[in-house]
Ligand binder design. Structure first.
Ligand code: ADP
Ligand code: ASP
Ligand code: MG
Length: 401
């Protein structure tokens, strides 16, 4: 078999842990498999590098940031290769560029455009274990790019797709996808399987166990994706196409996202083009707008509410304040969070949303905003009730059973 393994920051967080990964990879090799290993930077390393840059300026050039941040993954790739060689295994470490990962030119949030897998294939043919630095590629100008936070998951899925690997296994400190973050609700249950669509909603709603773009790509390329633990030999969770048995599952999981902020604009001129202008300007600044709510206008004005990532609120504020002539009053709140309920079964069942609202009401938690999709309900609430709400929702849908 040809397998792609990805080991995240915690799994390679110390020399002992890199040694542990080397032993696991060696075992897979001994069983007669070909293996490509994608690694993250050691845990905390990427944040540390960001802090270094922030020492000089709050707004460092993104091209330099990519040069800086991509170094974390190179360190681990080289160390893992050295560790394997020390055990007598033939291994080679590659940067994103050496692995043939070509991206667009959007620094710090690049998209993979294509992969030329010839160097990886050649090394595999020569019997080598290939170790690739995750989270990075190279653009058409030859500059290094990074793929956005958590982007090593995306590297792994893209490589598995390009090599037509038999499976892509993402190793972290949890042994699979749970009904909610087990750090918040210890009663959370591990799922044997979850559909790509549900996993995509969970990841997009803030469950960082898998990066959302990696799930999207796995679905598109039909990559057999597993979430497993590097600290145990437990089964893990298979992320796959929606199976028939899944329709019986009403709700698969609940998700908390603390990195949310709410913007409320009151008495916005109710004329064509205002929303277009506001959201175009926000997009131009690279601000990701999530939930948007607009009411029917009264007397020539309307109210508009939306959420942005908490760390982008200051930027959003600057953009919005430039519209003062068309907006009566504005209110910004960084002390909110988003709780979401995800499940394919919602498509065909009534009353799923009402149950969520009742669970929060029973605990006196006020819902500030609501948005839904076919398989998800999201609610914005006060940040201090986030973890409580997750436990209440988990209980309301009997997810611990
Ligand atoms: P890595 O650094 O290896 O990429 P992450 O920290 O990104 O790992 O992801 C693993 C973490 O995701 C776990 O420690 C867990 O707290 C968190 N997590 C959030 N939601 C879930 C969930 N539904 N199931 C499992 N883990 C989850
Ligand atoms: N090291 C990068 C990050 O911390 C990428 C990754 O770990 O996937 O975001
Ligand atoms: Mg991660």
């Amino acid at each position: 078999m040809l397998l792609v393994h990805k080991y995240g920051g915690t799994s390679v967080g110390s020399l002992e842990r890199i040694e542990n990964v080397a032993n696991r990879v060696a075992k897979v090799r001994d069983q007669g498999n070909d293996i490509v290993v994608v690694v993250s930077a050691m845990s905390g390393e990427t944040n540390k590098l960001i802090d270094y840059a922030m020492h000089f300026t709050q707004n460092p050039a993104k091209q330099e940031m990519d040069m800086l941040l991509s170094s974390g993954e190179r360190v681990t790739a080289a160390l893992l290769s050295i560790a394997l060689q020390a055990k007598g295994y033939d291994a080679v470490a590659m940067t994103g560029r050496q692995a043939g990962i070509i991206t667009d030119t959007i620094h710090t949030y690049a998209r993979i455009e294509s992969i030329d897998p010839s160097a990886m294939k050649q090394a595999i043919k020569e019997g080598k274990i290939v170790i690739v630095a995750g989270f990075q590629g190279v653009n058409k100008d030859g500059n290094v790019t990074t793929l956005g936070r958590g982007g090593s998951d995306l590297s792994a899925v893209a490589i598995a797709g390009a090599l037509k690997a038999d499976a892509c296994e993402i190793y972290s400190d949890v042994d699979g996808i749970y009904t909610t973050d087990p750090r918040i609700e210890p009663k959370a249950k591990k799922l044997d399987t979850i559909s790509y669509d549900e996993m995509l909603e969970m990841a997009s709603m803030g469950a960082k166990v898998l990066q959302n773009r990696s799930v999207e790509l796995a679905k598109k390329l039909d990559v057999k994706l597993y979430a497993k633990s590097s600290f145990s030999d437990n089964e893990g969770t298979l992320i796959t196409k929606e199976g028939n048995n899944m329709e019986e599952v009403l709700v698969s999981g609940v998700v908390l996202d603390k990195n949310q902020a709410r913007v409320t604009l009151r008495n916005v001129s109710d004329k064509p083009g205002i929303a277009a202008e506001i959201f175009t300007k926000l997009a131009d600044e690279g601000i990701n707008v999530d939930m948007i709510i607009q009411n029917v206008g009264i007397d020539g004005s309307t109210n508009l509410g939306f959420t942005v990532p908490g760390n982008e609120l200051e930027n959003a504020k600057k953009v919005i304040e430039s519209f003062d002539h068309d907006i009566g009053s504005m209110d910004f709140d960084n002390n909110v969070c988003k709780v979401s309920v995800v499940g394919v079964g919602m498509k065909s069942h009534a009353g799923v949303a009402a149950k969520a609202f009742r669970a929060l009401a029973a605990n006196n938690i006020n819902i500030q905003m609501i948005s839904t999709s076919e398989i998800k309900i999201s609610m914005i609430i006060d940040e201090k009730y986030g973890e409580l709400a997750i436990r209440m929702l988990h209980d309301a849908y009997n997810l611990d059973k």
